[in-house]
Design a protein around this ligand. Structure first.
Ligand SMILES: *[C@@H]1O[C@H](CO)[C@@H](O)[C@H](O)[C@H]1NC(C)=O
Ligand SMILES: *[C@@H]1O[C@H](CO)[C@@H](O)[C@H](O)[C@H]1NC(C)=O
Ligand SMILES: *[C@@H]1O[C@H](CO)[C@@H](O)[C@H](O)[C@H]1NC(C)=O
Length: 409
């Protein structure tokens, strides 16, 4: 009997099928090198900041000892530029021998010894996006075996220097070869991004069966406008895209840029909140050696992570815009006293202080029970919401994320 609210929501949420490798049951969480360290291969000039064995061992140490792993961030992922310029004389992929002198298996063992999982990057074309050897058509099977031998747990496969017409077949085949190795490997596919950019049709229901996660839109940059453009793209395409989120298959709006140069504390909360609502992979890319504590606190926010990792696996949806305020709703798995819990994100595009009143009917929630709205980032802001009453709150900032939990009788 509980509501209207569920009825509206379930129209939007379809149960997506997913890749059957038992992985990424909730959105993957981890750290990747790209946004902060890019393709810095000059270890002579930048010994502490180049893409090297040393850098990843250091990040592994920090992830495991400074609370990130405990919070759920378990994948440590090497992005582009780890390779040598050429394959070896048996035509095998190889890491750059100077920067990875111990080889990849040794690094994998180290990362595993820290309780973490090991991720790597390649591209399904003639070259990676930075121009290193790619997984070419004739090497699909061989390279899948190489990665399994290196004991990787996650692979991000980009789509540079490849023929778009072949994507469906090449990504499918590479996934089969990964599966054939017997090693469980999370499979992250970038090809929807390339098709969306070329305004070609993307068959997401097919992709959910071959990939655990997939990039849909632009590479994120260290800028607030880049992040907001990505969010806007998802809201514009939400009916077409967001319902494909589910166990083992996730839309990927790209990395968390939190802890780098551009975002303020509040803007960082905004990214964390949207990534939680979108059930997006939470892949950090800041320098964990020097990150400021206020950013670390956002990355480790337990309530935001719990919303992101919720076991229903739905993405939130933009339900309504009222007076310049976007209201996003995400149903959560937990049922309390027979009533559903859910998360609501208010994003104030007016960017001025305001008092805003919202009827929960406006977000599709017909409340016949009392709830407490917990403010995920400002704990002092929790509010009691009574049945049939409007939820009024003042904006002190551009974004607020609440978790609505039914009260006891
Ligand atoms: C990749 O390389 C092959 C062999 O040299 C070539 O035939 C093909 O056109 C290249 N593909 C792209 C997309 O550049
Ligand atoms: C391979 O695919 C089968 C069938 O989809 C699945 O049951 C199995 O868990 C997969 N194995 C790996 C290692 O991904
Ligand atoms: C709640 O708000 C709606 C629209 O904002 C209004 O029509 C309604 O009368 C309000 N209800 C109460 C109980 O104040």
């Amino acid at each position: 009997m509980f509501t209207f609210y569920l009825i509206i929501l379930y129209i939007l949420f379809v149960v997506a099928s997913s890749l059957d490798n038992g992985l990424a049951i909730t959105p993957p969480m981890g750290w990747i090198s790209w946004l902060k360290f890019g393709c810095n291969t000059d270890c002579e000039a930048y010994p502490d900041n180049c893409i090297s064995d040393k850098l990843f061992r250091k990040m592994a140490d920090i992830m495991s000892s400074e609370g990130y792993l405990d919070a759920g961030y378990q994948y440590l992922i090497i992005d582009d530029c780890w390779m040598a310029e050429y394959r070896d004389n048996k035509d095998q992929l190889q890491p750059d021998p100077k920067r990875f002198p111990n080889g990849m298996k040794d690094l994998a063992d180290y990362i595993h010894s820290k309780g973490l999982k090991f991720g790597i990057y390649e591209a399904i074309g003639n070259y990676t996006c930075s121009g290193y050897p790619g997984i070419t058509l004739e090497n699909l099977e061989k390279d899948a075996k190489t990665f399994a031998e290196w004991d990787i747990d996650y692979i991000k496969v980009d789509g540079c220097y490849a023929n778009k017409k072949n994507y469906k077949k090449t990504y499918t085949d590479f996934g089969k070869f990964l599966n054939n190795t017997g090693k469980p490997i999370v499979y992250s596919c970038s090809y929807p991004y390339y098709l969306e950019k070329a305004e070609q049709r993307v068959d997401y229901s097919y992709i959910t069966n071959i990939c655990n996660l997939w990039r849909n839109w632009n590479d994120i940059e260290d800028s607030y406008s880049s992040m907001i453009n990505i969010i806007n793209w998802y809201s514009m395409h939400q009916e077409r895209i967001l319902s494909y989120s589910g166990f083992g298959s996730w839309n990927d709006p790209d990395m968390l840029i939190i802890g780098n140069d551009d975002l303020s504390v509040k803007q960082s909360q905004t990214q964390m909140a949207f990534w939680a609502m979108l059930s997006a992979p939470l892949i950090m890319s800041a320098d964990l050696r020097t990150i400021r504590p206020e950013f670390k606190e956002i990355l480790l926010n337990e309530d935001a992570i719990a919303i992101n990792q919720d076991m229903l696996g739905y993405s939130g949806f933009l339900m309504k815009s009222i007076l310049g305020v976007d209201i996003w709703v995400k149903p959560l798995a937990v049922i309390v006293n027979d009533f559903p819990t859910f998360a609501v994100l208010f994003y104030n595009k007016n960017f001025i202080g305001n008092v805003f009143t919202v009827s929960l009917l406006d977000v599709g929630a017909y409340i016949i029970h009392s709830y407490t709205a917990y403010d995920v980032f400002e704990k002092s802001n929790n509010q009691l919401v009574l049945p049939n009453e409007n939820f009024t709150f003042s904006f002190t900032s551009e974004m607020m994320l609440y978790k609505f939990i039914p009260n006891g009788d």
